[in-house]
Design a protein around this ligand. Structure first.
Ligand code: NAD
Length: 245
């Protein structure tokens, strides 16, 4: 029997990268998945996968979140994966970049968690997993001003939910990856002009001398979503190739 057999999970940003690897890993472990993403093209890659249903969802649209969660009142697991990287310091982070970082990285999790929690409580419990980053309150990373601030906010949101609901069978944890080879990381490396030196810079952050894979993050997510993790809540789960050791 799979480690997530009998569970129903909704995952945001499931069309690519860590979200997609997690949707596939959760489904292999027997969960029924609502894989959501802003991109129909990205979701198309998951169509036809056993145990996975796809739904368009832009996490910056509160009305769409409310509508979708109403149609899934029986979720056991919410995995908030969607995030956006603004590259820059406070000096180069305009108000639009700041507002977008807050909206995609933090307010989205407020909206989805608020939509999922009452139903989880009504049916006896649930798991909320939030994607943070080591670039947060764990460590300051250069040119990650708005990203680091909002990912630190994700840790605060996670701990606050965990504290309020620990006695009511809701577990809420944060995952903090180091640098992971995903389509968006590839985009960030290309955007820096010199792809090879950008790649070397990103690899150098990990003492293991390599980038992480989306599957390595998905393994941790499977554990945290499963009943095997029944005694962990409000915790920062670092998976970073030794970056912050
Ligand atoms: P990614 O950025 O490569 O792609 C994820 C998906 O997000 C895409 O399919 C895209 O269509 C979707 N998406 C974009 N905007 C959206 C929106 N508004 N609503 C819904 N979906 C949207 O993914 P990734 O690199 O795997 O990152 C996933 C999460 O992990 C993010 O929160 C990111 O900050 C975090 N993270 C990534 C790394 C890394 O090195 N890749 C490290 C630490 C944390």
């Amino acid at each position: 029997m799979g480690r997530l057999a009998g569970k129903k999970a909704l995952i945001t940003a499931a069309g690519a990268g860590i979200g997609r690897a997690s949707a596939e890993a959760f489904a292999r472990e027997g969960a029924r998945i609502i894989a959501t993403d802003i991109s129909a093209e990205a979701l198309a890659a998951l169509k036809g996968t056993a145990n996975i249903e796809t739904q368009l969802l832009d996490v910056t649209d509160p009305a769409a979140i409310a509508a979708l969660f109403t149609t899934h009142p029986d979720l056991d697991i919410l995995f908030n994966v969607a995030g956006w990287v603004h590259h820059g310091t406070i000096e180069t982070c305009g108000r639009d970049d700041w507002d977008r970082s807050l909206l995609v990285n933090l307010t989205s999790m407020y909206e989805t968690s608020r939509a999922a929690l009452p139903n989880m409580l009504a049916h006896g419990g649930g798991v909320i997993l939030n994607m943070s980053s080591v670039a947060s309150s764990v460590v300051g990373a250069p040119n990650r001003f708005a990203y680091g601030a909002t990912k630190a906010g994700v840790i605060g949101l996670t701990k606050a939910i965990a504290a309020d609901y620990a006695g009511r069978n809701i577990r809420c944890n944060a995952i903090c990856p180091g640098t992971v080879d995903t389509p968006s990381l590839q985009g960030r490396m290309s955007a820096q002009g010199d792809y090879d030196s950008a790649r070397q810079m990103f690899i150098a952050r990990q003492p293991m001398g390599r980038l992480g894979t989306a599957e390595e993050i998905a393994h941790l997510a499977v554990y945290l979503a499963s009943d095997e993790a029944s005694f962990t809540t409000g915790a920062i789960h670092v998976v970073d190739g030794g970056w912050t050791n």
